[in-house]
Design a protein around this ligand. Structure first.
Ligand code: NDP
Length: 252
């Protein structure tokens, strides 16, 4: 129960990587606010543990984030663990990427992390210790073809945690990024039908194509990202600050 009494906030906590982290934090004693746009998805996830609390919040909407996080803090206290995980992953050739595609990606993955961290930091007193984690990607540390806006946002959030780690150096707050390879979640599963059609393969064949992007050639499971996040939240990681943790089966 290392996190008993702490308020944790996980954006996109109703599914995939965020749900795994939120549930582990609840098991470790934290009161966890999980956010997202889909009320049904959040309710299903919140039913998994009595310390999971659903909050509808769209990270592209400034008022939604600021008011949502302030309301959650009024109920459960300052946000001592903040996981900016909400994100989308859409791809396509650069030449066919529209400005609307680009702005949608920036609004979700980059503006969302900015607003989430700023609103969470505003709930803290000067001496409050806190852990701030952003879920970046291997696309945050290397370029991915056919995913230029995504690559830019995932590089951008690493700039965010690096800058914040310097700006808040005198306070007991750490800022770090998780950089997973391909994880078996809805984001990956959503790509399978297109790959099956394009390469005339069955579902396992499509999974194998995606898994080649991980150095050990298998999809990551959610518990592998959960474990890294829980270590970053642990007392033992209190001097790990401004870092990127790659979870991809090998060197990226
Ligand atoms: P999911 O699709 O399961 O999770 C994405 C979450 O983000 C959902 O819960 C979704 O909730 C939320 N979300 C998306 N847009 C918004 C929005 N505008 N406002 C609020 N919430 C939003 O996939 P993952 O768990 O895989 O993705 C989580 C993070 O991990 C993402 O940032 C992704 O880029 C990153 N990542 C994923 C990898 C993978 O291979 N799966 C690899 C590396 C990084 P809702 O739709 O209800 O709003």
């Amino acid at each position: 129960m290392e996190h008993a009494g702490k308020h944790a906030l996980v954006t996109g906590g109703g599914s995939g990587i965020g749900k795994g982290i939120a549930l582990a934090l609840a098991h470790a004693g934290a009161e966890v606010t999980i956010t997202g746009r889909r009320a049904d998805t959040l309710a299903t996830a919140a039913a998994l543990h009595p310390r999971l609390n659903a909050l509808e919040m769209d990270v592209t909407d400034e008022a939604s984030v600021r008011e949502g996080i302030a309301a959650a803090a009024a109920l459960r206290g300052p946000v001592r663990i903040c996981v900016a995980n909400a994100g989308i992953a859409e791809g396509g050739p650069f030449a066919q990427t529209t400005l609307a595609d680009w702005r949608h990606m920036m609004a979700t993955n980059l503006d969302g992390a900015f607003l989430t961290f700023q609103a969470a930091l505003a709930t803290l007193g000067d001496d409050d210790a806190a852990r701030m984690i952003v879920v970046s990607s291997i696309a945050g540390v290397r370029g991915l073809k056919n995913a230029i806006p995504y690559t830019v946002t995932k590089h951008g959030v690493i700039g965010l945690i690096r800058g914040l780690s310097e700006e808040y150096m005198r306070r007991p707050i750490t800022f770090n990024a998780l950089c997973p390879g391909y994880v078996d979640t809805a984001i990956v599963r959503g790509q399978l039908p297109g790959l099956m059609r394009r390469f005339d393969v069955d579902e396992q064949g499509a999974i194998d194509i995606i898994a080649k992007g991980n150095r050990h050639r298998r999809l990551l499971q959610v518990d592998e990202t959960t474990g890294a996040a829980m270590w970053l939240c642990s007392d033992a990681a209190r001097s790990v600050n401004g870092q990127t943790i790659e979870i991809s089966g090998g060197q990226v």
